[in-house]
Design a protein around this ligand. Structure first.
Ligand code: CA
Length: 229
């Protein structure tokens, strides 16, 4: 786990608690070394503070998500500003999850474990049908985490991929926000309802013309069209 945080006290608390939980933290105090370490070590998860000297967390995240070798790594953003949340889980950034400061170490460890479980679980779900899933012009390779629409590859984050796979596997059936939070995020996300909406919005943006296949069912949730054309 790469921990990117400029405040030594917080960095130590996080690293200590991750170690206690049986994980292996490596830390970075600024964005530039974080980018280097991410490429060198290809960690399973990056915990990224928003406010950093030099390149800030948002920029680090943007750069990571543009690099082929590291874009698949889930990013958990830390922020002290609640009003930054929309931008963090917002459209083009690609952070998979966030925690607002102050948080308890226990909360952090739970969140980290659930993200790690989520990224392996995407492969588990896939294990049920490890062959290519074809829906209309869309092909999904559950094992390789690849999606193509009309032959065009899509660049999805782990969370977006899992969201799409869940909707496609349950196509024709409405999924409530609660169900999606449970299946895709793997825990109760109380008060984080807009997480689902912003991820759906981001997924639709990436789907291009196929965005219509993800339908909003007013007052209930979302549904992937049964027979997309
Ligand atoms: Ca900071």
């Amino acid at each position: 786990i790469l921990v990117v945080e400029d405040e030594p006290d917080i960095r130590e608390v996080i690293s200590y608690n991750l170690t206690q939980a049986g994980l292996e933290p490596v830390s970075s105090a600024d964005g530039e070394t974080a980018l280097q370490k991410a490429e060198e070590l290809v960690p399973d998860l990056i915990i990224l503070d928003l406010m950093l000297p030099g390149i800030d967390g948002l920029e680090v995240c943007r750069i990571l998500k543009q690099k082929e070798s590291v874009r698949h790594i889930p990013v958990l953003m830390l922020t002290a500003k609640a009003d930054e949340v929309d931008r963090i889980v917002g459209l083009e950034l690609g952070a998979d999850d966030y925690l607002t400061k102050p948080f308890s170490p226990r909360e952090l460890v739970l969140r980290v474990k659930s993200i790690l479980k989520r990224s392996t679980a995407a492969t588990d779900i896939a294990g049920q049908a490890s062959s290519l899933i074809n829906v209309g012009e869309m092909s999904i390779d559950p094992d390789g985490h690849h999606v193509w629409v009309g032959g065009r590859p899509l660049q999805l984050t782990v969370t977006e991929f899992r969201l799409l796979l869940t909707l496609v596997q349950r196509r024709g059936r409405v999924q409530s926000r609660d169900e999606l939070l449970n299946v895709v995020w793997g825990y109760e996300h109380n008060g984080y309802d807009r997480t689902v909406d912003t991820h759906v919005r981001r997924l639709r943006d990436k789907l291009g013309p196929a965005h219509e296949w993800v339908e909003t069912v007013r007052g209930v949730g979302y549904r992937f069209r049964r027979d997309p054309e």
